[in-house]
Write a protein that binds this ligand. Structure first.
Ligand code: PGA
Length: 242
């Protein structure tokens, strides 16, 4: 793991956007694994800025998002489909047919998860997977568990995750289930970039980096990947001792 600490979330956004920009310039048909939540927003803003200022295109890029809520219409303002379009896709020249999500409303979730994993594999796998981290060290929606998961699957969200995300659900109750890429699927990305900002992430970051590899700290598995970049602000890094 390479750990980089920055003063502000905005500086991280500039640095991570630069990596994605170079990736797309060098490989116009890159396959990108993308994340939702508050954390990647500065990165997405800076990717848009680079796109507006640069001479490169997302027309051949394919994206696969980490997860999607179950039982929430795709067009709901809180779906991850809506989030990604608003925060990133609508401002790029990416083609709608190239942006991919798990369908949290699929009748047969097992078949849906298999379809998604097969599509990612058929696309050649993910070049760069962007991750945030939950207060409980989840990645995607892989909550603390007894075993590391494999491919995409349906998860029951923990109270910690519901508490962290329910602020966005002012009208309808927050969904209790989601479809998410599994740990093995995330680990098969060629490069992984994890961003954590703010004091609420400090303990998860300490456990992820300095603790044992255990499914009770899902992000700790990243210790076993050989190309991981961790971007932290000073608050998220504050409990690291080494
Ligand atoms: P956040 O979520 O960026 O909104 O903090 C991160 C996550 O749950 O993975």
């Amino acid at each position: 793991m390479i750990i980089k600490t920055f003063k502000t979330a905005e500086e991280i956004g500039v640095a991570v956007a630069e990596i994605f920009t170079k990736q797309v310039k060098n490989k116009p048909d890159s396959v990108l694994g993308l994340a939702t939540g508050a954390t990647p927003i500065p990165t997405y803003n800076n990717i848009i800025k680079n796109f507006n200022e640069g001479d490169f295109s997302f027309k051949a890029v394919k994206t696969y998002n980490l997860d999607e809520y179950c039982n929430l219409p795709k067009e709901d303002k809180n779906s991850y489909y809506t989030f990604m379009h608003k925060q990133l896709f609508d401002s790029l020249d990416i083609l709608e047919e190239n942006v991919h999500f798990l369908d949290g409303n699929a009748a047969d979730t097992e078949a849906e998860c298999k379809r998604y994993d097969d599509e990612i594999n058929a696309a050649g796998g993910i070049d760069i997977q962007l991750l945030g981290i939950g207060n409980n060290a989840h990645i995607g929606f892989n909550e603390p568990a007894d075993e590391f998961t494999n491919g995409s699957f349906k998860i029951t969200l923990t109270q910690s995750t519901i508490d962290a995300n329910k602020i966005y659900f002012d009208e309808n109750p927050m969904p209790t289930h989601a479809l998410t890429m599994g740990i093995k699927q995330i680990m098969s990305a060629k490069q992984i970039i994890l961003i954590a900002t703010g004091p609420k992430k400090a303990e998860a970051i300490k456990n992820m980096i300095e603790g044992p590899v255990t499914p009770q700290v899902p992000a700790s598995i990243l210790q076993e990947h050989d190309d991981v970049l961790i971007f932290l602000d000073e608050d998220a890094a504050s409990l690291l001792t080494k």
